[in-house]
Design a protein around this ligand. Structure first.
Ligand SMILES: *[C@@H]1O[C@H](CO)[C@@H](O)[C@H](O)[C@H]1NC(C)=O
Ligand SMILES: *[C@@H]1O[C@H](CO)[C@@H](O)[C@H](O)[C@H]1NC(C)=O
Ligand SMILES: *[C@@H]1O[C@H](CO)[C@@H](O)[C@H](O)[C@H]1NC(C)=O
Ligand SMILES: *[C@@H]1O[C@H](CO)[C@@H](O)[C@H](O)[C@H]1NC(C)=O
Length: 472
């Protein structure tokens, strides 16, 4: 079985455009509907209903430590049967209960009986064409709540789930230099007044392939998991008492947000959003006594929980990785912007989180109210959203997708991860927005930030928020 997680390192390029957008005589560019890579980091496409149900877990002896390798499974000494129920309840044969969550369409995490289990869903093939076998997993990792007692496992569902085949078209022009689309920019600026677009000369320094990685990359094919979670009356009441606008960059004149990073041409947005999340939480928890800058390269290079420059998830990196292994400062492993062997010293000082969760409790339970409650009461949350071709030319204002490209998109796809630091309401129009820190440098957008429509799940930005509790 080996380690599946590095295979997506060989980079494939795919367009998530509709057929009518590929005139056959001109396969040149329109690269930008960038749907996916940074987020859809393995080709697996397993949905909630594929995973829900009863699973048999085959687990090795619980005698490993946090450096355990699960490439080879070894002797099985524990057999557990877990039933994953709606919405996030897991039960074992004895009736013990715990919680579980999907990680997008990539795998699932189970927390029960003082242990936490995580595995990626099984697939064969690569990004070009792959088959997902959603009733089994790759080898995964299990550890107890003290994070000292580790084992490996694999799981199979006690039900038939038909394999699903996915094919994605290949990008043919990855080596060409990227060109700003002046026509698109004009169209955007004529069509609406909420935000303005402009051409960034900086972008023309990247190849199409590099811009692809920068903005999200590959197509993911998941369908919406659950419809937007209803807001409970308690949450409604809590949020009604919170301010109409809020910004962690200015809380009575104090800024709790670290500087904007630039991921360059690596699909590492999840690492930049993760450090942004951790850095903000640390500043808040320490009242700005600790202003650490954490290493994104360490996240790219040193964990099996992501796919390096081919993508990853803030839940697994800012959350699980930071809890299990801890994160190190930028000076311990400086950003290279490419895949590279892990060079972080074992002796490096580490910062840990004590807990992490999807806002709302599990993937599928997020909504605007839950995000506001988390942001005001505890701090910024990282979010995933869909980057469309109009987004990279954002200059200022309140972004919403203008729909000139990729007009038909029924899924809750997300491909880029960023940090929501606050929210507000535009005075003249009453339009509500989120304030979001991007990782494309401080020359992009509103000093590295953008504002985006709030309350309508614009580009799925209210579909998957992650919050962490840091140990200062
Ligand atoms: C790990 O925990 C199990 C109980 O779940 C215990 O039997 C075992 O001795 C522990 N191993 C170590 C190395 O602490
Ligand atoms: C972890 O386990 C490996 C082998 O199982 C061992 O070589 C290593 O010393 C252990 N590390 C720690 C920090 O205990
Ligand atoms: C999964 O479902 C398929 C049928 O779709 C079946 O052939 C297979 O045995 C099931 N179990 C596992 C572990 O693959
Ligand atoms: C493009 O890259 C070159 C070489 O690194 C640099 O000198 C130039 O300033 C860059 N242009 C822009 C617009 O960033």
């Amino acid at each position: 079985m080996g380690s599946p997680f590095r295979m997506s390192r060989s980079i494939y390029f795919y367009l998530a455009l509709l057929p009518h957008q590929f005139p056959s005589h001109n396969l040149v560019i329109i690269f930008f509907a960038c749907v996916g890579l940074s987020m859809a980091d393995t080709p697996a496409n397993c949905l909630y209903e594929d995973i829900r149900g009863t699973w048999k877990l085959h687990e090795t002896e619980r005698n490993g430590n946090h450096s355990i390798s699960c490439d080879e499974l070894g002797e099985i000494v524990h057999e557990n049967t877990f039933t994953l129920e709606f919405p996030d309840v897991v039960k074992d044969e004895l009736g013990n209960q715990g919680t579980w969550t999907m990680i997008y369409n990539q795998g699932f995490e189970v927390n029960i009986n003082q242990r936490s289990y995580f595995a990626f869903s099984y697939y064969e093939g690569d990004w070009g064409s792959s088959t997902s076998y959603c009733n089994r997993t790759f080898n995964g990792w299990s550890r107890d709540v003290t994070i000292r007692n580790w084992s490996c496992f694999k799981a199979e569902k006690l039900a038939q789930v038909p394999p699903t085949f996915t094919e994605r078209p290949v990008l043919t022009n990855g080596g060409q230099m990227y060109k700003n689309d002046e026509n698109l920019i004009k169209k955007i600026n004529i069509a609406q007044t909420s935000w303005t677009a402009k051409a960034y000369p900086e972008h023309e320094n990247y190849t199409v392939e590099e811009m692809y990685l920068r903005t999200g990359g590959l197509a993911s094919v998941m369908t919406k998991l659950l419809s937007a979670a209803p807001v409970s009356p308690e949450l409604q009441a809590t949020v009604a008492s919170l301010p109409d606008s809020f910004d962690w960059r200015n809380i009575n004149g104090v800024n709790y947000i670290s500087p904007v990073g630039d991921q360059a041409s690596c699909g590492s947005c999840y690492a930049f959003a993760s450090v942004a999340n951790l850095e903000a939480k640390l500043r808040i928890a320490s009242k700005n006594q600790r202003q650490d800058i954490f290493s994104t390269q360490d996240m790219v290079s040193c964990t099996y929980l992501d796919q390096g420059c081919s993508g990853g998830f803030d839940y697994l990196v800012a959350g699980r990785y930071a809890m299990e292994q801890g994160v190190v400062s930028e000076s311990e492993n400086r950003y290279l912007g490419r895949d590279a062997p892990c060079t972080t010293s074992q002796a490096a000082t580490r910062t840990y989180v004590k807990d992490y969760r999807h806002v709302g409790g599990y993937y599928g339970a997020c909504n605007e109210a839950a995000m506001i409650e988390a942001i005001v009461n505890r701090g910024p949350v990282s979010v995933s959203f869909q980057v469309y071709s109009d987004f990279p030319s954002y200059s200022d204002g309140i972004y919403h997708h203008t729909g000139f490209v990729n007009e038909f998109n029924p899924f809750e796809e997300t491909n880029h991860v960023v940090l929501v630091v606050g929210y507000g309401v535009e005075e003249s129009t009453g339009e509500k927005y989120w304030i979001v820190k991007n990782s494309w440098g401080d020359w992009w957008g509103e000093k590295g930030y953008f504002r985006i429509r709030r309350g309508t799940d614009e580009c799925a930005i209210e579909s998957m928020a992650v919050e962490i509790d840091i140990i200062p």
